[in-house]
Design a protein around this ligand. Structure first.
Ligand SMILES: [Zn+2]
Length: 240
């Protein structure tokens, strides 16, 4: 942010590099990167909060979308390399673009936050959203197939136990990760608890993201398949 501190409500120009997000451009009728300018305006919202409005333009035409990010700083906001995490992200696409990926807005939002964290080099900050995504998917699947989320004494079961039981019932971990799906999961936890080297953690981001998205797609396909068979009047197997 620069050396001198700035009071709340003030604007600062910052150079954070280009923000890039992929959208389906309605003019180009294809998926295109949408880029911001290098210099962005940010609004100091409090001692540790920064609000950034960004306009992103399609690389091949004049279509634009607006993104708004709210970032929280864990240390000195005005230091040389502040450690920030994403609190909130919102987007206005209008008729220029459509969002990609799963239609479920909540899940997409978690992935967007993870991707944003990855782009700005925050390992724990990005992987915490992957972990959240993974938990929601697994808990949803567990509920669907009757795997309990609580112990008999009404305590929360460990996530690893729930995942293992759901996977044994309906195999939600993609084949690519069949050997090391659980290991990758434990790595998600290690990174979040700050016990992993940031650079090593960032190097694992892509594999972890593939695992999380793969599990989500398996569960969603399963749900769609069962819904379809129910619609056809087939006997439900009692799964999802
Ligand atoms: Zn375009």
């Amino acid at each position: 942010m620069g050396k001198a501190s700035t009071s709340w409500g003030s604007h600062r120009r910052i150079d954070v590099g280009t923000v890039t997000r992929q959208y389906y451009c309605t003019a180009c009728e294809s998926v295109r990167p949408f880029n911001s300018k290098k210099q962005l305006n940010c609004l100091v919202a409090g001692p540790d909060l920064v609000s950034i409005d960004v306009v992103l333009k399609c690389v091949d035409c004049t279509n634009t979308v607006e993104n708004w990010f709210l970032l929280k700083c864990a240390d000195d906001l005005f230091g040389q390399a502040p450690s920030v995490s994403l609190v909130y992200c919102n987007e206005h696409l209008g008729s220029s673009a459509n969002a990609l990926g799963p239609n479920d807005t909540v899940m997409q939002d978690l992935l967007d936050r993870a991707d944003l964290g990855r782009r700005v080099g925050l390992a724990a900050g990005s992987i915490i959203y992957l972990r959240k995504h993974f938990e929601i998917t697994t808990h949803t699947a567990a509920t669907g197939v009757g795997v309990p989320l609580l112990t008999e004494k009404d305590k929360r079961r460990s996530f690893a136990d729930i995942l293992r039981e759901v996977d044994q019932k309906i195999q939600i971990i993609p084949e690519e990760f069949s050997q090391d799906g659980y290991r990758l999961f434990s790595e998600l936890s290690t990174v979040i608890h700050g016990n992993a080297d940031e650079m090593v953690a960032l190097g694992k981001f892509d594999a972890l993201r593939r695992l999380v998205v793969g599990v989500f797609e398996n569960v969603r396909n399963r749900a769609e398949f069962t819904q379809a068979t129910n619609d056809l009047g087939w006997v439900s197997k009692g799964e999802l």
